[in-house]
Ligand binder design. Structure first.
Ligand SMILES: CC(C)(COP(=O)(O)OP(=O)(O)OC[C@H]1O[C@@H](n2cnc3c(N)ncnc32)[C@H](O)[C@@H]1OP(=O)(O)O)[C@@H](O)C(=O)NCCC(=O)NCCS
Length: 481
């Protein structure tokens, strides 16, 4: 790193075509004589400017090197103040000043106004802050905060510090208010001290992933990835399930979980606390858009993101387009559920064959087997699940469903529901759905949820007929690379 002494004696040509003495230059900027100030202001040579910027990156050293008896320093601030005022007047690309601005964050009693004007020329009226803007805003906020407090209220501290900094800015109240409003958004947008890890969990960690995801299920929030979705995938074995999961952890806390379907579709669950977290949303987007991150690798990646206000809006802003619409349906379970008009049994080992037979007769491409049912039923997820089979009055297994609880007082999930193709249109779909809702109620669920493609009119009608309330459709997001 270059020393301030070098910066002082090795500057580019001056009006005399000799080396510029920075001290003289800084003094001239505040000189009472207009001619001196004009000279100083005309020194726009790129090499000089580069030296000045470099000098500003070492504020304390610069002040020290320019040490002048206080009574002889004509500027109201320090030499460093004069230096950055001059530099900021000459540079309009903030990236060139970022290091200097960050170095100034360490100072006390320093006005950031010159840097702020360059960093946020439009008064922070932007949707997509540049990395340099983000970085500066964050450092303004974190400067001086003890590291032990950095995980807490960090972004609000950043916003507050920006407010203090802007308070010294003299551009008028309206402009200032706009700045502050945007500063808050910017400061909340990226917490560069937030360390987010993306991992593929080990099969041994699946229990923790399930309980984390379960804790995110809450009534009134959009229906999103549920432990039952993972439980149903468990039929392919814990290693396959773990390999299809991606877990984002911020400062030790799980904040998002993705369930992959062959590298081209990821079903996302986002922690309720991260709903408005723009910093996390950006990180998720970065990971989803970059095939090298090992999440989505196909040509037409699709993201199921039913929750995460900022995450969803960022997907749109970044050009992801609407894909298939899905319809969530919910039934409140505070009141008892009507008794279905068919006999419905809970599946134990003796009814596995019926459960498998109905599944295969309901879903054309089903690969379900008794072996897979056994693998699934031994999983920790299945401790909170039940498989049901409905029988007609001739004892034929005609309908089946699996229900998954996320714990007492939380929404449970129906996944899947199917009626044997030879027995449709006779009310068995409605009956098994009622039985599923009733079972979830017995397990302590607060509500029963289900999501089906909006195009599956039969399924939507069936759930509605079983007392489920239809919620607005939610689309997946697709990216055409
Ligand atoms: C969807 C499915 C479960 C419906 O089962 P079903 O036994 O035929 O349904 P029901 O006879 O109980 O009908 C329930 C209601 O849905 C309506 N319905 C059923 N199939 C329909 C269809 N294809 N189009 C429009 N409405 C339909 C019925 O008219 C009835 O309405 P009503 O109560 O207002 O009279 C069955 O078609 C199925 O297993 N499909 C394949 C698997 C599937 O898609 N599962 C859902 C995935 S989430």
């Amino acid at each position: 790193m270059e020393s301030i002494a070098t910066a002082q004696c090795d500057c580019a040509p001056s009006r005399h075509n000799g080396p510029v003495d920075l001290r003289a230059l800084v003094a001239a900027m505040s000189d009472a004589r207009p001619g001196e100030r004009v000279w100083a202001s005309l020194v726009v040579d790129e090499a000089v400017l580069a030296r000045l910027i470099r000098a500003a990156e070492h504020p304390r050293a610069f002040d020290h090197a320019c040490r002048t008896p206080p009574d002889r320093w004509p500027h109201p601030g320090t030499p460093h103040d004069a230096l950055i005022t001059a530099v900021c007047q000459r540079v309009d690309d903030f990236r060139r000043l970022l290091e200097a601005a960050l170095a100034a964050v360490e100072l006390r009693d320093f006005s950031f106004a010159p840097y702020l004007r360059v960093a946020f020329p439009a008064g922070l009226a932007f949707d997509e802050p540049t990395p340099a803007q983000d970085c500066f805003a964050q450092d303004l906020g974190t400067g001086g905060i003890p590291s032990t407090q950095r995980h807490y209220g960090l972004r609000w501290a950043a916003a507050f510090s920006l407010w203090v900094a802007v308070d010294q800015w003299d551009r008028g109240v309206a402009y200032r208010q706009q700045f502050v409003g945007c500063a808050v958004r910017a400061a909340m947008g990226l917490d560069h001290h937030m360390h987010v890890d993306l991992t593929t969990p080990h099969a041994r960690a699946l229990g923790e992933v399930l309980s984390e995801l379960g804790s995110w299920q809450r009534d009134g929030l959009p229906v999103q990835l549920h432990p039952g979705d993972l439980g149903w995938q468990w039929r392919f074995g814990p290693a396959a399930l773990a390999g299809a999961l991606r877990v984002w952890t911020a400062n030790g806390t799980v904040v998002a979980i993705g369930l992959l379907d062959e590298g081209s579709l990821v079903r996302m669950g986002v922690a309720p606390s991260a709903d408005q977290d723009e910093g996390l949303a950006r990180i998720l987007l970065r990971d989803l858009e970059d095939p090298a991150r090992g999440v989505l690798t196909g040509d037409k990646p699709i993201v199921e993101a039913r929750f995460g206000t900022v995450f969803r809006s960022l997907l749109r802003r970044r050009g992801w387009i609407d894909d298939e619409p899905w319809t969530p349906l919910v039934r409140d379970l505070r009141s008892p559920v009507e008794t279905p008009r068919v006999r419905v049994e809970t599946v134990g080992h003796e009814r596995v064959a019926d459960r498998v037979a109905v599944q295969r007769a309901a879903f054309d491409r089903s690969t379900f087997t008794a072996g897979r049912w056994t693998v699934m039923s031994r999983s920790p997820a299945y401790r909170h699940a039940r498989c049901l089979v409905g029988y007609d009055d001739r004892d034929n297994a005609v309908a089946a469903a699996t229900v998954w609880s996320a714990g007492e007082g939380r929404p449970g999930l129906l996944e899947p529901v199917g009626v044997h193709r030879d027995h449709r249109g006779r009310g068995y779909g409605t009956a098994i759905t009622l039985a599923a809702a009733s079972t979830l109620r017995d397990m302590g669920a607060s509500s029963a949820t289900v999501v089906t493609p909006t195009s599956n009119a039969g399924a939507v009608a069936t759930y509605a007929s079983a007392g489920f309330r239809r919620l607005p459709a939610v689309t997946d997001f697709a990216l055409v690379r």
